[in-house]
Unconditional design. Structure first.
Length: 289
């Protein structure tokens, strides 16, 4: 991985962990998901329209299909991510989602994109599995009074990770093979999501008003930072194999876990940080593999 790609991915990791921290604090639902998607489309419209007007990028028909498909995958991603945050801790849901995503993306890269892993990548997968076990509380996972909440957090985190793996592979093909510009890819994604979810927002207008009154600035921040973190990743994927980019960005696992255990006082810091560290080691092994 080139220094530029690594810098893009590490910056994206920090930004991504921070907007997830904001999302967890809000306790948001479907109405908020529509709101920050709409805010993303509005905030990035000037850049996208400038690109269209002055650079005249050629987007093939298949590119528009991939933009629409990416929007659907991201709706599933945001839906299960938010549900996970409503029932579980940030320091469980976030690392599990981010850790299982690279496994899926790497397996997909091997099966679909014909990228070849090594035994080191297999070791990385095992480290991620061990990290998830530690995050869940180790052997205490089976006896803790809060086991049901942990189960739910693990379940939603894993499903979210599935969507991460799917949209990573999907969007990688769009920006590297179909040559859809990363900014247009993400802006089109946000625009389609906001249109598809408009009936949900209108049906829950009271929730929209509540969130705008109580969480205006976090919503605006998520609307700006969520696309920014992903645009940085998409840019790196233009000239870097997905089996390098997807694992490397997961350094955010440590950041997100630290935010949950420290800033949100979710507790269990020793074994959750140890689990997060094991997962980071795993994704680094995946990158090396």
């Amino acid at each position: 991985m080139s220094p530029l790609a690594l810098a893009l991915v590490l910056a994206a990791a920090g930004i991504h962990a921070y907007w997830n921290y904001l999302l967890k604090r809000m306790g948001a639902g479907a109405a908020a998901m529509w709101m920050y998607g709409l805010l993303s489309a509005i905030c990035y419209a000037p850049v996208a329209l400038w690109l269209i007007a002055f650079r005249h990028p050629h987007v093939p028909i298949a590119g528009y299909v991939f933009i629409f498909g990416s929007a659907l995958l991201h709706i599933g991603y945001f839906l299960f991510l938010q549900r996970g945050y409503r029932v579980g801790d940030l320091s469980i849901v976030y690392p599990v989602a981010r850790g299982t995503g690279p496994i899926i993306a790497t397996v997909g890269a091997v099966l679909i994109l014909k990228e070849q892993p090594t035994p080191v990548a297999v070791l990385g997968t095992l480290l991620i599995a061990a990290g998830i076990f530690l995050l869940a509380g180790g052997l205490h996972f089976f006896t803790t009074p809060s086991a049901r909440a942990v189960h739910a957090a693990l379940r939603y985190g894993t499903i979210t990770g599935l969507f991460i793996g799917l949209y990573t592979l999907w969007d990688k093909h769009a920006v590297s093979t179909l040559l859809v510009p990363p900014i247009l890819m993400d802006w089109g994604n946000s625009l389609v999501r906001s249109l598809l979810l408009a009936p949900v927002g209108l049906a829950r207008w009271k929730d929209v008003g509540y969130h705008w009154t109580r969480h205006r600035w976090p919503l605006i921040a998520i609307g700006i930072l969520s696309p920014l973190s992903y645009i940085l990743v998409l840019t790196a994927m233009v000239f870097t194999p997905v089996s390098y980019v997807a694992p490397a960005r997961e350094i955010g696992i440590l950041i997100g876990t630290a935010m949950g255990t420290q800033l949100l006082a979710e507790g269990h810091a020793p074994h959750r940080l140890a689990g997060a560290a094991a997962m980071v080691g795993g994704v680094i092994a995946l990158a090396l593999g």
